[in-house]
Design a protein around this ligand. Sequence first.
Ligand code: ATP
Length: 653
Amino acid sequence: MYTQSVKYVKDPLWAWKNFVERGIADAVLTRPEILESWQRCRELNVNPYDGIGKDRLNQKELDKLILSNSRLVEAAKPFMHTVYQSVQGSGFMVVITDKEGRILHSCGDSAILDKAESTIRFIKGTNWSEQAVGTNAIGTALVINKAIQISGSEHFCQSHHYWTCSGAPIHNSLGEIIGCFDISGPAQYVYLHTYGMVVAAVEAIENQLRKEEIQEEKNRAYELLSAATESVTEGLLAVDKEGRIIHINPVAQKILRLSKKIETGQLLKSILGPNEKFSEMAKQLLWKTDVEIVHDQGPDRIHCTCSARPFSKKDGSIAGVVFTLREINKVRRLVNMMVGATARFYCKDIIGESKVMKTALKLISVAANSRSNVLLTGESGTGKELFAQAIHNHSNRSMGPFVAVNCAALPRELIQSELFGYNEGAFTGAKRGGNPGKFELADGGTIFLDEIGDMPMELQVNLLRVLQERKVTRVGGDKEIPVDVRIIAATNKNLFKDIDEGRFRQDLFYRLNVFSIHIPPLREREEDIEVLTMYLIRIFSESLGKQIKGAEAEFLQAIKRYTWPGNVRELQNAIEFAINIAEGDYLTVKELPHTVSCPRQVRTEGKVISLSEIERITVESTLNQFNGNITQTAKALGIGRNTLYDKLKKIRG
Ligand SMILES: Nc1ncnc2c1ncn2[C@@H]1O[C@H](COP(=O)(O)OP(=O)(O)OP(=O)(O)O)[C@@H](O)[C@H]1O
C-alpha cells in the first residue's frame, strides 16, 4: 500500500512527515512496530495534528473505574512512587492505566504534570489508547502486548513529539492484560533505563498481585474449611505430634465439655488434664477407628467414640492427627436405628371400642407422662409390645431409643452380657473393644423387657440393682456406667403365683409394678373383634395389593364365635390368611383358617368344656394339621414358639 523508499536524511521527523503527508513508509528510519502502529492509526482515522486527550471521564465515572481496578491501583501505587523517586527532578512522570488505556493514577514533578495537562490533557480519566491519541507507549504497548519505548516524532500525533515514553502491559495470573505502566518525560531526555525501569516495575506489580491472589485463595480455602468443619455434625480435633491443638470445631468442643474459647497451639493436656488419651494417640500416629473414650473431666464425663487419621505436610513428614469424635449417645442412637431400636406405634394404632380398651388407652397417656416403671400384663398376642411402644412414643423420651428384649428368647448364659454389655476379653469369643448392653443402648430412652417372668432368679438381683442405682457394670468390667432408662416390663404369667412359688423376686416385682396396665384377652372384648377385623381387612388388603371391601355376615359370625387363644396376633394371621386366598370382593367363611371356622372338636360333644381343654384340643388339632411342625403351628395359633413349647409341656405333662 505504502511505497517503501530509502532516504539519506537522518531526521526521524522527516520519516513521520513522509508518512502522514505523503503516505510513504520509511522502513529504514522507522522501526517496524512504529510503522505498523502508524498504519493502524491511519486506518482508525486518527488526526496526526491533534493528539489532545478528549475522551475523558468525569469524576464520578473515574471513581467508579478506579474502584473496579482497585486491586491493580493499590498494588501498583508503591512501585509507581519508588520509580518516581529514582527519576524525581528529571522532568518525568509515572502513569498507570486500565486495560483500555484509561489513566487511573499518576505521579511526577508538578511542572511536568502541569505541562502534560495543559498541552495534551495527559491526566487521570483520559483515554490514551492508539485509537484516541495515536501511537504512544501506553496505547501501542496494549495493542502489541509488549513493552515499548516511543520517543519524539515516533508518536503519530504531532503534539506528542515533545515527549518520550516507556510503557509495558500488566498481566494477571491468567496472562490477561489488566493495565499498563508508563513513564513519560521530555523527548530530549530519552534514556534507555526508563524502559528497563518500566519492565522491572511491571514484573514487581505482577508478582505482588500473584502473592495477593495466593493469599486470597488461602483465605478462601481456610474459610471454606472452617465453614465445612463447623457445619459437620461430628466433632473434629486436629492435634500435632506434641499434642498441641491445631484446629477444633464447635461440636468437638461440646463433646470434650470445653466451654472456654480454645486457642490453637494450646497443649491438650493443659486443658483436659494429664490423663487424656488423644495426645498419646497423636504421638503414636496410628490410624484408629471408633475407639471408645471415657474421660472424667471434673464433674463432667466425656464419653465418645473417636477415629484417628494421621496427616502429613507437603514434604511427606507427619504433621499430626485428625480425630473425628462422636458423642456416645449419638452413636447409640445410630446403632439403634440400624438395628431397628425404634418404636413404630402410637395410640392411634391401637384399635378397640370396648370399655376396657378405652380405659387402657387412657392409662397409656397417664403412663407416658409419668417417669415410673410400667408393668403390662396380658395373654400372648394381646398387644403388650404395642402398648409399650405407644407409651414410649407419647413420652418425653420419644426421641430416644426404644430397645425391646425378649427375656424368654435369650439363652440363659447370654442374658447378663446382652443386658449389661461386656468388656474386651470378658469371655472367649468376646468382641474386640467389648460391646455395650441393651441398657446402655437404651440410654435416654425406654427398655421393654418382654416376658420378664422368664428372667432367671440369679439375674433378677442384677436387674434390681440397675433399677435402684441406675448404673450398669459390664461383664468383665469394674466401672459403673450411669444409664438413664425407663423400664416397661411385660408378662403373660401370673407373677403373684411365681412369687409364691419362689420363681420371681417380690422386691423386683414391686419395683416394676409401679404402674400396671392389664390388657384383657380378645374373647373378653367382643366389641373389639369386629372393629379389629375391619381394620385388619383394610390394612392387609392394601399391603397384599387386593381390593377386598369387607366380609360376609357369616364370616363375622364365625370370627365372633371363636375364642381366640392367640388373641390379636391370631386374629391378624387369620385375616391375612383369608385375604391371601380370597377370590371375591368380600371375605367368606370358607376363606377362614379351618381352626377358626370349624372348631368342631370343641362343639360336637354337646357339653361344657373347660378352657384348658379347649386349648388342648386346639393346640393338638393344629399341630396335626401342620404335621407336627412347631413353627407353622405356632404361627397359625398366633403364639410364639416358646409359648407353644410351654403349652405342650403343660398339655402332655
Ligand atoms: N388393639 C390392637 N390394635 C391393633 N393391633 C393390635 C392390637 N393389639 C395387638 N395388635 C397387634 O397384634 C400383634 C401382637 O401384639 P403384641 O406383639 O404387642 O402382643 P404381645 O402381647 O406383646 O404378645 P407376646 O406376649 O406374645 O409378645 C401385633 O402385630 C400388634 O400390632
